[in-house]
Design a protein around this ligand. Structure first.
Ligand code: SF4
Ligand code: SF4
Length: 489
């Protein structure tokens, strides 16, 4: 694959040109099934993105009632009924791995469909290109305005258009902050000037990046900045669906007038350039597969209309694999679409993707809603009391992951003759177990002292934490008891 740059290759013989000024792209409006599908995907993506933080989810009085929330202050990630704690970050890592494999899966099945339909850069660029048409008119009017000298009318139109860009960037890009705090509260605080400075700073940065990337850089992000097209190019093979110009059917190309004068019949391409005019990245797909082609299929809509106008069959430009292109050239039937999509490579990706998903679901179902970790004091390792008893100190972290307060029983497993007590207790009250109340959704630190009689040997033992309510649940943490005779190992 190569970039759309005929000039670059033309210049390499005498002088290598490493920079070419961007040629502005003014894609023409087009209608057709793929355009309508793009509208649908845009509406669904923007609705999900914008609406998700506003979905409420009742988690009781001790947890936020926002369905999807990245709660940085409390180091939690909420997603509907799932709550991820910092020590469970592997679930987030699993989700990211699934997203990566999901992209491989989509690429293997339907080529660069992500780039063409659902990538945020594509969606925002498409949206801004519609703003261009709304303010300046369609392609030809935009070209005329571009060439026109700066005057009051052009300045007014530009300011109006950039104002709409900014409003869209603010309402969409800036809305990302609602994923990080309770959305209705943050919205109120934002407009009353009571939100945290970081909320205003983040909104500004996100608004401006959306404004610049979607409003001005547009296809340059896809062609020069984004690594994904390069990765995808490496992943595509002769069985991948790509947007293909069927040159064996279209060439030699020529307008209807040229065709009438030609000595030999021409191909189906009437050289109307509609495929180029509608392309949002400004490429000519008739030059072959290119990294600049995001497979949005708008050129298919444009060409199908051109073919319909001259009474020729649709599909001169179409989704097609390189294998099928060869077959069609030789007059053989193409592979059925389902077989193209469900090929072994796709099924392997699907298998890996769904296995990770199922494993994560299983782990989510199995995970305990409480957690215990123990850190033994190292300085001093032990204290000899006046009666000769030996005392070791520990810091316990009791994690209650339920959205309600719970009582946990902390008991000794092992440590014969040992007893435990806390700062709130007298050493005389020490026993084999204690009970602790832990508030909802909280990690509580607890200093615990273990006592053993004079002359005790070092030992290994465990603290066992058990919830006393009927839901139960238990966790344990191994540690050691140190005496003058050693460290218990
Ligand atoms: S060549 Fe066609 S499919 Fe590729 S980006 Fe341009 S319009 Fe979209
Ligand atoms: S739209 Fe179709 S007919 Fe027109 S130039 Fe492109 S390929 Fe040829």
């Amino acid at each position: 694959m190569h970039a759309h740059d005929p000039k670059l290759s033309a210049n390499t013989s005498s002088e290598t040109v490493l920079y070419e000024k961007r040629k502005s792209v003014f894609p023409k409006a087009v209608n057709g099934p793929f355009r309508r599908f793009k509208w649908l995907v845009m509406a669904v993506c923007l609705t999900i993105y914008w609406g998700t933080p506003w979905i409420r989810w009742d988690r009781g009085p001790y947890a936020p009632d926002q369905a999807v929330l990245i709660d940085l202050a409390n180091r939690r990630f909420f997603m509907f009924d799932i709550e991820i704690w910092p020590h469970e970050f592997y679930f987030v890592a699993g989700l990211l791995i699934m997203a990566g494999i999901g992209l491989f899966l989509v690429t293997s099945a339907v080529g660069r469909a992500w780039c063409g339909y659902a990538c945020p850069q594509t969606v925002w660029t498409d949206l801004f290109q519609h703003v261009d048409r709304f303010v300046d008119g369609d392609r030809n009017a935009q070209l005329r305005l571009q060439k026109a000298p700066w005057g009051p009318q052009k300045i007014a139109k530009r300011l109006f258009k950039w104002g709409i860009y900014l409003a869209i960037s603010f309402l969409t890009g800036g809305a990302w902050i609602f994923y990080f705090a309770d959305a209705p509260t943050l919205q109120h605080d934002f407009w009353t000037g009571n939100a945290a400075p970081v909320a205003y700073a983040t909104t500004f940065v996100l608004t401006m990046t959306t404004f610049v990337l979607g409003g001005f850089l547009r296809e340059q992000v896809c062609i020069y900045m984004c690594p994904w097209p390069r990765i995808q190019t490496a992943m595509l093979d002769e069985k991948s669906l790509i947007v293909t110009y069927k040159d064996w059917r279209g060439e030699p190309r020529g307008s209807l007038k040229t065709a009438m004068k030609a000595a030999t019949p021409l191909g189906d391409c009437i050289d109307c350039l509609q495929c180029v005019a509608v392309c949002p990245t400004g490429i000519d797909i008739r030059e072959g597969p290119q990294v600049g082609c995001i497979t949005c299929a708008l050129c298919i809509d444009a060409c199908d209309k051109a073919m319909a106008d001259v009474g020729r069959p649709r599909g001169l430009i179409d989704y097609c694999t390189l294998d099928d292109a060869e077959k069609e050239k030789q007059g053989q039937p193409a592979t059925p679409l389902l077989k193209t999509i469900l090929r072994p490579r796709t099924l392997v990706y699907l298998g890996v993707w769904s296995s990770i998903g199922l494993a994560m679901l299983f782990m989510l179902g199995q995970r305990a809603r409480l957690d215990l970790s123990v850190a033994k004091d190292r300085n001093p390792e032990y204290v000899m009391l006046s009666d000769g008893a030996i005392r070791n100190a520990y810091t316990l972290k009791l994690r209650n992951m339920e959205e309600r307060p719970r009582t946990f029983r902390i008991a000794l497993d092992g440590l014969q003759g040992g007893a435990i007590f806390t700062d709130e207790m007298d050493a005389a009250e020490a026993g084999r177990q204690i009970e602790v109340d832990v508030p909802a959704d909280t990690t509580q630190r607890l200093r615990v002292y273990a006592l053993r009689p004079r002359g005790s040997e070092p030992a290994e033992f465990a603290f066992v934490m058990t919830a006393t309510d009927r839901d139960g649940g238990t966790d344990r943490s191994e540690t050691t008891f140190t005496t003058a005779q050693g460290n218990g190992q």
